[in-house]
Design a binder for this molecule. Structure first.
Ligand code: SF4
Ligand code: SF4
Length: 351
């Protein structure tokens, strides 16, 4: 017997709060399950399903823009001087909204460096778990001064039911001989917390046989946005701007995950806001989301970064390293034209 996947059931049932026949969060009776061919389904789900669903499965909370580091590749321009940190009350408000989006499965706390506001981080993980979301944390691991000390930091997070810990472990953050990431990983494994590492290396140039005419490509996993453009793009192989006719990474039409910052901005890609959760609840924002009406997102969907440059007659270079480099440089030129959508300015290196 085959049952509909959990996510699909939630999809079918994800807008009950806008339907007059069921109360918010009420479940369709399980006893009504029927079998058709090899599928088990619940007819109530179909009866009450009246709107297109929100398919958001993850939110990434930028708990703070502040960071103890100032990495060359940081696409949010984070540093010790960066401003903007969630308040406890704002986390509460956000989770009250999030609870109404039934497609949501997980929440990640990141930054900046979320461990800089440790009590808030622990409370956030606890709140996420309380509404049935898996909670993860992305960290640079600076706090793991030894395995034993790292265990002290992780104990409250483990008690709050942390589901995943992702630790940066690369040459941007640490030299081999002084690497707290390894202690963080070992302590997490001892505490039974699922843990993984994130490794982004300095850009390398290599020849890829699959590339057109064996052209050189850039490796290392660095995203050419934010400070990475300022510090790492020079001297790398580049391609003509009109080649970048689609966004290679984000599903801008139907985002499955978004980043939310302390100012309330909901980013579909860092620095591209589709609304503000301190003005409009998250579930409503997604119900009303019209990607083609968004002046930046709409152009990116229609023809990628090249279309953004073309549509707004942006004064641009002939060549860029990749699509994100082209997109980011185009957006930089449009900051004053679309301040509501290209925000906050600090992620573009402006104050
Ligand atoms: S990349 Fe991460 S560790 Fe580095 S400055 Fe940005 S937020 Fe901090
Ligand atoms: S920077 Fe632009 S092209 Fe790159 S992922 Fe973001 S929206 Fe897409």
């Amino acid at each position: 017997m085959f049952s509909l996947p959990h996510a699909f059931k939630r999809l079918l049932f994800s807008s009950v709060y806008s339907c007059g026949e069921l109360e918010i969060g009420e479940s369709a009776p399980q006893s009504a399950n029927v079998t058709l061919c090899s599928l088990t389904f619940n007819p109530y789900l179909f009866i009450y399903r009246i709107e297109l669903p929100c398919m958001l499965t993850g939110i990434h909370i930028l708990l703070t823009y502040a960071c103890n580091f100032e990495c060359d590749h940081c696409f949010l321009y984070c540093s010790p001087k960066s401003v903007g940190t969630f308040l406890l009350q704002q986390l509460r408000t956000l989770f009250e909204d999030a609870e109404r989006i039934t497609s949501l499965e997980q929440v990640y706390f990141e930054g900046g460096e979320p461990f800089l506001y440790f009590p808030l981080l622990v409370e956030g993980v606890r709140m996420a778990h309380a509404i049935g979301l898996k909670a993860g944390v992305v960290t640079n691991g600076y706090w793991a001064t030894s395995v034993e000390d790292a265990a002290l930091w992780l104990a409250p997070l483990s008690q709050a039911n942390l589901y995943d810990l992702s630790v940066s472990d690369d040459s941007f953050h640490y030299e081999d001989q002084l690497n707290p990431a390894k202690a963080a990983v070992e302590a997490a494994e001892m505490a039974g917390i699922p843990v993984s590492t994130i490794c982004i290396e300095k850009p390398t140039v290599k020849t890829d046989k699959d590339q057109e005419k064996g052209e050189p490509v850039v490796g290392g996993g660095c995203m050419f946005r934010g400070r990475a453009v300022e510090n790492l793009a020079t001297g790398l192989p580049q391609r003509l701007w009109h080649h970048f006719n689609q966004c290679p990474y984000e599903d801008l039409e139907d985002p499955k995950r978004v980043h939310i910052d302390p100012f309330g901005n909901v980013h579909v890609c860092q620095g591209i806001s589709i609304g503000n959760v301190w003005e409009t609840p998250l579930y409503q924002l997604f119900e009303e989301y019209d990607p083609y009406a968004h002046p930046v997102v709409g152009q990116l969907i229609r023809g990628g970064p090249a279309q953004l440059l073309r549509e707004y007659k942006v004064d641009h270079d002939d060549v860029y390293v990749d699509a994100c480099h082209c997109c980011y440089c185009g957006r930089l030129e449009l900051l004053d034209r679309f301040p509501q959508y290209l925000t906050p300015k600090q992620v573009y290196g402006k104050n």
